[in-house]
Design a protein around this ligand. Structure first.
Ligand code: BGC
Length: 266
């Protein structure tokens, strides 16, 4: 059977670990050639690129700070030089710098906004320009697809994390406004909003049985998510199987946004 993303080229930011790593791997498994962007962990991005290449796919690792316009340009240039263009862009890079509100430094506010929100702006802008430059390709019904990595915290407030929630709340309206603007050109922009996915970013929330028990109270489906859960959603959103899905946030969260605290309460 033909793979769902055969012949397509994908670029994933923040692909050296966590959700980005899982998404890049899933897109490659679905037949896409992949540009794996990393910021600091060259070895793990290169390791994944080698793994994809060994199993018959194509991938390169490219360093870039997504908050730097020059880095973004260089990354898209490297993508076009190697693969000719790009069809699927996943703006995934994100980080947390948590603290109680009154203690939060301006630096910690700005760093989080720069990567999580400005990074998505710069990545998506470069994607739109490249889709327009190269025009239609027979590999997909859409001119191009952009997937923004959001979070359940685009809607769930989170004390102690105002920088992170402000960035993800921003991603929500950024994605929808951009989707509205470029849909007439057949560019599909959507978000995935993961819940608690087992990665380094939330290690403290699942690494002891006590922490995990507390976390599971927030997840009706009764398990912590895995990066593969997000990878599968990304493959679908990037493929023509979701061709009529435009400007939507797909929550992949085991029901976290169902407010389980209201069961028998309220
Ligand atoms: C955060 C994680 C958190 C999850 C659910 C994610 O966006 O990065 O740290 O576990 O939301 O609260």
């Amino acid at each position: 059977m033909e793979k769902l993303l055969a012949g397509q080229i994908a670029l994933v930011t923040g692909a050296s670990s966590g959700i980005g790593y899982g998404v890049a791997k899933a897109l490659a498994d679905a037949g896409a050639s992949v540009v794996l962007n990393y910021h600091s962990h060259a070895e793990s991005a290169q390791k994944l690129a080698d793994e994809i290449t060994r199993s018959g796919g194509a991938a390169i690792a490219v360093k870039a700070d997504v908050s730097s316009p020059a880095d973004i340009d260089a990354m898209f240039d490297a993508c076009v030089a190697r693969f000719g263009t790009v069809d699927i862009v996943v703006a995934n890079s994100g980080l947390q710098k948590d603290s109680a509100f009154a203690d939060m430094t301006l630096d910690d506010w700005q760093i989080v906004l720069a990567t999580n929100l400005t990074g998505q702006f710069l990545t998506a802008q470069a994607a739109v320009k490249e889709f327009r430059r190269r025009g239609s390709r027979p590999v997909s019904k859409a001119l191009g697809k952009i997937i923004c990595m959001s979070s359940v915290h685009e809607v769930i407030p989170w004390a102690g994390h105002v920088n992170y929630t402000a960035s993800k709340g921003g991603v929500q309206m950024f994605m929808k406004s951009l989707a509205q603007e470029v849909a007439p050109e057949r560019i599909r922009v959507n978000s995935i909003a993961p819940g608690a996915i087992r990665t380094r970013i939330n290690h403290d929330a699942w690494d002891t049985s006590d922490a995990q028990r507390k976390l599971l109270q927030l997840i009706p489906y009764g398990r912590v998510g895995e990066v593969e859960d997000i990878g599968k959603a990304a493959v679908w959103l990037a493929s023509d199987e979701s061709d009529y899905v435009v400007g939507t946030t797909l929550f992949v969260d085991g029901g976290m946004t169902l407010y389980p605290g209201f069961v028998g309460n309220g």
